[in-house]
Design a protein around this ligand. Structure first.
Ligand code: IPD
Ligand code: CA
Ligand code: CA
Length: 564
């Protein structure tokens, strides 16, 4: 989940252990000022479905210590709601924001500037128990009935199909990286840096063999533990508990869903928390690294680089709900014709992109296919197509994209971003800085002969382009997203494309990318294509012929011969 998506938050559900008047008052007055819904639930009270209903974008908050945070994970992670932890406890590794920083941390989050980290969870199943946890599952011997009875247990452990061996001792903990600072650390470590670390660890507890050490496996590994005697099993410090019979297998593997943890600049750092709370022997709380040891900071981004980064982040954030709705669209609304449609996903994407732009560039104008135009004091205008290829999207076809461009005062595109959520391809360009796909420079083909070329066609109402070029070339494909078509030509997977008429949001971002890659975009007469922000009804038809460059003259000649 991308932090920019949190700018859409309109609902907060707060879970609290011991009501902390200061923190809750802050939260209440902040949510009222910002017009955001707030529901407060006490630990032990059910967090209800109604707290999340109505298509709201919810942020979970825990007020308490790590115990409350873990309750929050149980309540919010299955609903894919991100969680921010306010620490009113003492020893907290998960809830890390001081109550005095609530306002600032929430403001940062609602500006879309917080980071959301995915945390590994595990699922554990055995007779009578099917649970999910984020810290650890411990398997320990039952207390002996008589002092002379056996006090240890023997556990047989398998990873996938392989037999690891027998663990004799006080049992085992199977922990995630998040759980590596609890029981696992007392039992011999190691500490895992928990962010985006998707592993599981098998940690022996008081083993009776010198050589037995913790072992790390991947999140998809099936860990099976078979006890030789009756044992106690406990998940996340007792949130779930059961007794497991002799020979009854316990299965542990990575959970299907991860927890989403929100981190702001007001959270204390993980290493700082280790030093402060566990007396981490490698540094003191405020230790600075020796000079010259940290990699040099990147120089501050210039305006266009920053604009391009914000646009890429907005596109990735918008892609999340869009991907979730792909192929499940029931409600399609027709606009000007049965082929001109819009879905709930177009609106969600539009809101996320507009919010990100308004937060970062409040003086810029915005022109969006779905929400019209908003003026600004600055000469810059953002041109947004929240989903290009909505027809494909609504029918479950992966060829659709999100297109965002920044135009300067002369309507020249100076930043272009086209993101394909299904393939996670990110095309982008900044004027005079080249064009890229997922960080790698792209370039068009060098073909200059029609009979060797592969063309793309977009809107071609009477099929004239198809008829004129199909026999002359290696083929004419129609994939259904003008923005992606332009990127395919820019990246060399087609040689040219044609659109009988275009709107600025269909092509602004793609044209920026194509031109930066070295391709050409003109009208049907070979005049450089000029974007127009005039009202659709007041502008003339805007045909687009775009190509790798070398093929352009042959295309123009053939267009003229065919009278197109
Ligand atoms: C459409 C697509 C299509 C193009 C149409 C556009 P939409 O955009 O880009 O490829 O040929 O002219 O309207 O409506 O899916 O955003
Ligand atoms: Ca479009
Ligand atoms: Ca669209």
């Amino acid at each position: 989940m991308h932090g920019r998506r949190l700018a859409m938050t309109d609902n907060i559900v707060c879970l609290t252990a011991q009501p902390h008047a200061g923190a809750l008052d802050h939260l209440e007055s902040w949510t009222t000022t910002h017009g955001i819904g707030l529901t407060v639930r006490e630990v032990g009270e059910d967090v209800r479905e109604a707290d999340f209903e109505g298509g709201r974008e919810t942020l979970g908050i825990s007020v308490g210590g790590d115990g409350t945070f873990l309750e929050g994970i149980q309540a919010f992670a299955p609903r894919r709601v991100p969680l921010l932890g306010i620490n009113t406890g003492t020893l907290a590794f998960l809830a890390r924001i001081d109550p005095r920083d609530i306002d600032s941390a929430l403001t940062e989050t609602l500006r879309g500037r917080a980071t959301v980290y995915d945390r590994q969870q595990f699922s554990v199943t055995t007779a009578g128990l099917d649970a999910v946890g984020i810290n650890d599952v411990t398997i320990e011997p039952q207390p002996p009935e008589r002092p002379v009875d056996r006090k240890i247990c023997r556990l047989h452990v398998f990873v996938d199909e392989e037999y690891v061996g027998q663990y004799d001792g006080s049992g085992l903990a199977i922990n995630t990286p998040t759980g590596s600072t609890g029981i696992a650390l007392s039992a011999g470590g190691p500490i895992h840096y928990p962010n985006d670390n998707f592993t599981l660890q098998i940690t022996p507890l008081h083993t009776h063999r010198m050589g037995v050490r913790p072992m790390v496996v991947s999140e998809s590994t099936e860990i099976t533990v078979v006890p030789d005697s009756e044992v106690r099993l406990s998940v996340d410090g007792g949130r779930y508990q059961t007794v497991v019979d002799r020979d009854e297998p316990v299965q542990v593997t990575g959970s299907d869903y991860r927890a989403h943890v929100v981190r702001t600049s007001y959270d204390d750092s993980f290493m700082g928390a280790l030093a402060a709370k566990l007396g981490w022997g490698l540094r003191t709380v405020d230790s600075e690294p020796p000079e010259g040891y940290l990699p040099e900071r990147e120089p501050p981004e210039d305006f266009l680089a920053n604009a391009c980064r914000v646009a890429r982040e907005a596109a990735i954030s918008a892609g999340e709900p869009v991907r979730e709705l792909h192929g499940q669209v029931e409600q399609v609304e027709a606009k000007s014709s049965k082929a001109d449609i819009v879905t709930e996903a177009d609106h969600q994407s539009d809101r996320i992109i507009a919010t990100a732009i308004e937060n970062e560039f409040p003086t810029h104008g915005i022109r969006s296919e779905e929400s019209g135009r908003r003026g600004g004091d600055s000469p810059y205008t953002w041109v947004v197509d929240p989903i290009d290829g909505t027809g494909n999207f609504a029918h479950g076809n992966p060829n659709y994209s999100i297109a965002i461009a920044l135009l300067d005062g002369e309507n020249t595109p100076v930043v272009g971003v086209v993101y394909a959520p299904e393939t996670e391809e990110m095309f982008y360009a900044i004027r005079d800085d080249g064009a890229y796909r997922n960080g790698t420079p792209i370039a068009p083909t060098t073909r200059d002969r029609l009979d060797e070329s592969m063309l793309l066609s977009g809107y071609d109402p009477d099929g004239e382009f198809l008829q004129a070029f199909y026999q002359e070339t290696r083929g004419v494909r129609r994939l259904g997203s003008a923005a992606l078509h332009l990127c395919f030509v820019a990246a060399g997977s087609a040689d040219a494309l044609w659109e009988y008429d275009t709107n600025p949001w269909d092509v602004a971002a793609g044209i920026c990318i194509l031109r930066e890659a070295g391709g050409r975009a003109t009208d049907a007469d070979g005049v450089e294509y000029a974007l127009s922000l005039a009202d659709e009804r007041e502008r003339p038809r805007m045909p687009l012929l775009a190509s790798n460059g070398p093929l352009h003259d042959a295309l123009l000649d053939h267009l003229a011969d065919e009278n197109l």
